[in-house]
Write a new protein. Structure first.
Lengths: 189, 396
């Protein structure tokens, strides 16, 4: 079982990100279960969504408390809530930010793992999509960092979900995010 | 076709495949996505023979459902929580008049305090309403139960509630096989009402019944509910023959063979329990789970058979009767009377409190040693409530 927790704010498409990931995983022949944290969603309020990925049927329905992957769609949450709670020791972290790990003071929160990707997803979304919605973009980064789903599967999930023009922008932004993280990983290696 | 889809959307598509002729509903979380999905299907022409009626309240929704069902139209509605409570007067009339309406209850807590999250207080409050109540373990079963529900309802001339955990199921994306309209047609014949309103051949439905006959009418409803258990089983078997899936029915046992301890539960928590049972069995523990699909009719004989040989049963409930305890427990206790099985109740997940694997594991480990009270509230903040209890008592 591979467990993903996505943190963001109302309006950033947190729940949609979990849904897209689940569809991408399903298209690849695996089982996925995506669900939101069921709050009273309001624009700007912290929102959490989850996605479980497995080769087998997924039966458990508790919230994901020990994620293998954290996707943080809004870096301002890091100072506000304990987004890193329960993160697996060898877990992956993906953060939407134009800042560095040092600037984000991540060392105070986690042992900065090599499986960390920080990327300006909002800027990439603005460039390719024209809207500051980083959710689908970060799935490109997820694909690059974890290898759990291929970028093509992310792209086809985006195409299933959105109308052609918005889908094309999101796919372009996700692809840019994928390449950005691949370059980051190559630099670290 | 197998799809990765939100539970609500899956249910909307399954209901559409049953070709309802009237859908009327008032939106309330967490049911809203279901009727949104259906209204879209009516609007885009997928359901040409269906009228979607916007109503001003849940009371109106059930009232319209009663009217349309009485004319012989296959009728569907959905609600949750306060919405269900608001329609209660009409809910009892639907069953009293023997109208085969199918209604989804996207289970949610009842206020106050106001709470939008999942538990079973809403549908449990309708225990005695004369409706069948079937509880879904996952979204595949939610889909299948709706298809089975129309057939059970129409063959028994009784209304059926399909209960699915709000948010936990309605808002979860998982893979679901949704039968096509043609596949459903082969399983669900056209609705032939027992009697219906027709200006050409006028009848009265719902005339006043006085003291000389009221008891008999109610006794017939009682007997019909008892008889419906066989129908629930029969329809599940036929569904399996058509679709190859064992869903629905009265109850299903999981790894209970020779088990000393058996957990009995309803709804989506059964999945989590199965994972916990697997873990405990790996540790050599003698424990299994019974998932109760049909709460009404209550399958006394099947429950007794499923629990036979166990030393104890733990009934996990997401609702309770204030000052008393478990609701399902009362029926289970009667089913196992004289069998030498001890019953314990654990109330869990009220108002959306997550039921975690670790809490269940701890509780069940203690339960197997009978190191538990007869009634437990899982993960209750006992220190907090004790302070409050002492304060309140001192002020009285």
């Amino acid at each position: 079982m591979f467990q993903v927790r996505i943190h963001g704010r109302g309006g950033q498409g947190v729940v949609t990100a979990a849904e897209l990931l689940a569809v991408a995983v399903f298209d690849g022949g695996k089982h996925a279960q995506a669900f939101p944290s069921f709050g009273s969603e309001r624009t700007g309020a912290p929102v959490v969504a989850y996605c479980r990925i497995s080769d087998h049927e997924i039966r458990a329905r508790e919230p994901i408390m020990e994620p293998d992957v954290l996707i943080i769609q809004d870096a301002s949450l890091i100072k506000q809530i304990d987004v890193f709670a329960g993160l697996q020791p060898r877990g992956y972290v993906i953060i939407n930010s134009a800042e560095t790990a040092e600037e984000l003071q991540l060392a105070d929160k986690i042992k900065v793992p090599h499986s960390l990707a920080i990327l300006p997803a909002t800027e990439l979304a603005l460039t390719h999509l024209g809207r500051p919605v980083p959710n689908a973009v970060l799935l490109g980064a997820f694909s690059a960092l974890t290898g759990v789903v291929p970028l093509e599967a992310v792209a086809s999930a985006i195409n299933e979900k959105f109308k052609p023009k918005i889908a094309a922008g999101n796919v372009a932004a996700a692809t840019a995010a994928y390449e950005y993280v691949m370059n980051q990983v190559a630099t670290h290696a | 076709m197998l799809r990765q889809v939100e539970g609500s959307k899956a249910v909307a598509d399954a209901v559409a495949a049953c070709q309802p002729e009237v859908i009327c509903a008032y939106p309330i979380s967490p049911q809203t996505h279901i009727v949104e999905g259906l209204s879209q299907l009516v609007k885009d022409g997928t359901l040409p023979n269906c009228e979607f009626i916007n109503v001003e309240s849940e009371f109106a929704a059930m009232s319209v459902a009663i009217g349309s069902s009485a004319t012989g139209a296959r009728t569907y509605t959905a609600t949750a929580s306060q919405g269900l409570l608001y329609m209660v007067e009409a809910v009892y009339n639907a069953s009293g008049l023997g109208l085969p309406i199918v209604m989804t209850v996207a289970n949610r807590a009842i206020g106050g305090p106001i709470n939008i999250w999942n538990d079973h207080s809403d549908s449990m409050s309708q225990r005695d309403s004369g409706w069948l109540q079937l509880y879904a373990e996952n979204n595949q079963e939610a889909v299948d139960l709706h298809i089975q529900a129309f057939r059970i309802a129409e063959e028994m001339s009784m209304p059926v509630m399909v209960c699915m955990d709000g948010f936990i199921l309605t808002h979860a994306y998982e893979q679901v096989d949704i039968p096509t309209t043609d596949e459903v047609k082969a399983f669900l014949p056209p609705f032939v009402p027992r009697q219906h309103l027709d200006p050409a051949e006028p009848v009265s439905i719902g005339a006043m019944v006085g003291p000389e006959s009221f008891m008999e009418v109610k006794y017939l409803a009682h007997q019909r509910m008892i008889d419906s258990a066989a129908k629930v089983q029969e329809v599940a078997k036929d569904f399996e023959a058509h679709f190859g899936r064992k869903t629905g029915g009265l109850l299903r046992s999981y790894r209970t063979e020779g088990a000393e301890t058996i957990v009995l539960a309803l709804g989506s928590i059964i999945g989590t329990l199965k994972d916990v049972i697997d873990e405990l069995q790996l540790d050599g523990k003698s424990i299994g789970v019974v998932g109760l699909t049909s709460f009404r009719p209550f399958p006394y004989e099947s429950v007794a058979a499923a629990l036979k040989g166990a030393k104890r049963v733990i009934i996990l409930e997401k609702a309770f009767s204030t000052g008393t305890g478990g609701i399902v427990t009362q029926d289970v206790a009667r089913a196992i009377e004289g069998m030498g099985i001890k019953d314990f109740t654990v109330i869990a997940g009220l108002g959306g409190r997550p039921i975690t694997i670790s809490s269940l594991r701890n509780y069940l480990t203690n339960a197997m040693a009978e190191n538990i009270d007869r009634l437990t509230f899982l993960d209750l903040e006992i220190d907090t409530v004790e302070v409050e209890i002492n304060k309140e008592r001192a002020q009285r």
